[in-house]
Write a protein of this length. Sequence first.
Length: 166
Amino acid sequence: TGRICSLFDLMVGFEMEASGWDNIRFRSYLQGETPRTVWDKVSEIAEFSELGRFLDVPLKYYSAGMLVRLAFSIASAAEPEVLLVDEALAAGDAAFRVKARERMTELKRAARLMVLVSHDLNALPELCTAVAWMERGAVRMLGRCDEVIPAYRASMARAAPVGAAA
């Protein structure tokens, strides 16, 4: 329960013919912001995205990494109580991924709930306090990162065909 922001489908709420500035407003409205609350956050969103003059350009000219920057900057500025994130952040460049992880850590510290869907087993202990190993739509194991991740790795090692590269 609470204000939910999602980074599952980066194109939701984006108008490709409109500028980054316009899309900040459009996407923010979809997340429940009002014109007044968006006005107070536009500069912070723009600064975090590091898109500079590209905010004047229609989104149809943005790379996947630029879309990730903008989407994450908007979603995380909304101060969500629940942030749903998938591996879309992998599309950003290395420096932005570090910055995004720092922002997600800040959100986590602020007693917000973050649900991260990922195959990046190294990122999970940095960002999560609990892990659900899902297999074919069912929870196979639920627990602390230091319990679930080794069990998952062991299962994958057993399932790997003989001679397959790890």
